[in-house]
Ligand binder design. Structure first.
Ligand SMILES: Nc1ncnc2c1ncn2[C@@H]1O[C@H](COP(=O)(O)OP(=O)(O)OP(=O)(O)O)[C@@H](O)[C@H]1O
Ligand SMILES: O=C(O)C1=C[C@@H](O)[C@@H](O)[C@H](O)C1
Length: 167
């Protein structure tokens, strides 16, 4: 199982819970990057820029996607590169679930978090980013799931889908 979606959609929160319910390991790709790089995400953005972070993110996804049956939560920008989108959609090990919710709700959840460099652009730019990314999440997933619910409810939906239509 792989979870995608915009910042604040609950990929980490819900992913950790559904992994517990499925009895599988949980890997948060942002956390994996921080551990393997020995740097925080804001410091990677500062020294390597967004493009540097994206290159590390793409390589990290490539490295783990076919080597684990863990529940993987991705970073919000994983759909930036076509290669990553194809890797998500065409992979043979994981069903990809897009956690989808309205922007205003997501922004309320994340607006005060200092650990998300993309938020420095301000409300209007982040809102435009949300709009521009939505089709990419849609095209690279197998299921779109409502993430405006409680984390527990969304985890329950994912569990049911994984047990019926999951890989
Ligand atoms: N279903 C939910 N209902 C209410 N709050 C939630 C829900 N899911 C997550 N949150 C809260 O929103 C914030 C962001 O959640 P989380 O880190 O799980 O999102 P994410 O999709 O992994 O974000 P990112 O892409 O930036 O890593 C956290 O404070 C979390 O507690
Ligand atoms: O939406 C994004 O571009 C990001 C989301 C986070 O998960 C991190 O991957 C990073 O802060 C970038």
């Amino acid at each position: 199982m792989i979870l995608t979606g915009f910042m604040g959609s609950g990929k980490t929160t819900v992913g950790r819970r559904v992994a517990e319910l499925l009895g599988r390991e949980f890997i948060d790709l942002d956390h994996y990057i921080v551990e393997s790089e020995g740097r925080t995400i804001p410091s990677i953005f500062e020294s390597d820029g967004e493009s540097g972070f994206r290159a590390i993110e793409k390589a990290s996804l490539k490295k783990i996607i076919n080597s684990t049956d863990a529940v993987i939560s991705t970073g919000g920008g994983i759909i930036t590169y076509e290669e990553s989108r194809n890797l998500l959609k065409d992979n043979e090990h994981h069903t990809v679930y897009y956690l989808s919710a309205p922007f205003e709700l997501l922004y309320e959840r994340i607006k005060d978090d200092e650990n998300r460099p993309m938020l420095k652009q301000g409300y209007e730019a982040v809102s435009a980013l949300y709009e521009s990314r939505a089709p990419f999440y849609e095209e690279s997933c197998h299921y779109t799931v409502d993430a405006a619910l409680s984390a527990e409810e969304t985890a329950g939906i994912l569990l049911a889908l994984e047990n019926t239509g999951g890989k």
